[in-house]
Design a protein. Sequence first.
Length: 554
Amino acid sequence: MNDNFVRDLILADNASGRYGGRVHTRFPPEPNGYLHVGHAKSIMLNFGLAGEFEGICNLRFDDTNPTKEEAEYVESIVEDVSWLAGHADFPTFYASDYFQQLYDWAVDLIRKGKAYVCDLSGDQVRETRGTLTEPGKNSPYRDRSVEENLDLFARMKAGEFSDGSRTLRAKVDMASPNLNMRDPVMYRILRAEHHRTGDAWCIYPMYDWAHGQSDSIEGITHSICTLEFEDHRPLYDWFLDQLGVFHPQQIEFDRLNLTYTVMSKRKLLQLVQQGVVESWDDPRMPTISGMRRRGYSPQGLRNFARNLGVSKTNGITELEKLEYYIREDLNRTALRVMVVLRPLKLVLTNYPEGQVETVEAVNNPEDASAGTRSVPFSRELWIEQDDFRETPPKGYHRLYPGNEVRLRYGYIIKCHDAVKDPQTGEITEVHCTFDPETRSGQQTRKVKSTIHWVSAETAVPVEARLYDKLFTVENPNEAPEGRDFTAYLNPDSLETVQGKAEPSLANARPGDRYQFERLGYFCADKSTSAGRPVFNRTVGLRDTWAKLQSQLSG
């Protein structure tokens, strides 16, 4: 990665012999939603560093809140991490694996006088925490004896008390300038079915308590977190020091934010629940599964993540930069095909009726090994509506009466007429003649424009879903007071059209990626079935980010 200070820290640790030269990282998602593109940066950082230093990266689910966690999310996360990492050969753990050990360690802290059972409600705890300028107030239960705390905590675990009636809090410092150190809650009473442990527990550890200790159990050397956890690091260290166990190093880095995108799982869940999008993997969503369904390649996402850099400054990255890396990878790997999205019938009046010939089309000019394919050519073709104008605007070089264009891989044709619907005046057919001496590759006569086409006789009907940005403003998170982020939803984020494709696309399988020549990159949707291809537009051909960078550097 560019400007990777985390890598520099690991190099320094290895040079000093810290951790015996080991590098053991982890990616620790909470299974309370689907992963989004922001997680891609963390995945690539953690797995990438482990790979570079011949270490290990764990996938660990921090599953300590059963009210928001589901097995569906666990399964989707495993799939996303495997897809992006390029393999599934990584150790997988759960914080819930350690519930008994965490409980035993909490008992140790009670015995050391470092934790106590508190009867204050959640609101009362917040009221007594203080502010950034005023210290908090000690809980009236802070000085309970060790014996009483041990008894109450055991009874909490046994289910004697109602939900929310008691908590276990660490006894740190209510006057600390860091609010996270003001006797944070370690356990709460919560009767909820856990996706792995069922109803075995009715008390659950808080994230700050479970996270560092889980790192310690797994032997993590470098616990890499996003910047919002920087103020939690003193507590991370305090717990480990009080227990006297193996002490990983927590390191914070800047999180990824994208223009025209929201990254909050809460907001993404709201979009799903309100039916704004079809599902978590809707191709408009910034989820990894949504991007996979849209047609983003894992290598394109990896290249994007690796080139972001790692720093301590939260910023916002242009969506166009992500699209640049996706487009760059697809340009090298996607097969070219011809598809007409808004069909207009074109008739070659001097081409023999009933005759069908084939032309050879290049599968990928960036990859000679991809070879060629045969495309049928006939008297009646489909072309794009935008490729014909009865009265052309200035600078228009495509098809209009009296003008010549080349048919991609085929002949030069000349337009001489157009047929209109007598009721609506809409153009329904374009009539042209072809020059049989101008077949592609056989002569050198030049024309100003080349258009794509599909033979009407063998065309395959396809549905194409044209996706655009989900929001109309660069930062939908900054809605004015009283307005929800959904006020900036783009009403035109999806357009569905019925097009015509060359015959090869009849066999498209879900996940197959193509460049529709002159139109953009598309991916066969998961709803694609035999004889019914459905395609999602992944990204257009126009590279606005690269153009912007060129202008800035110039």
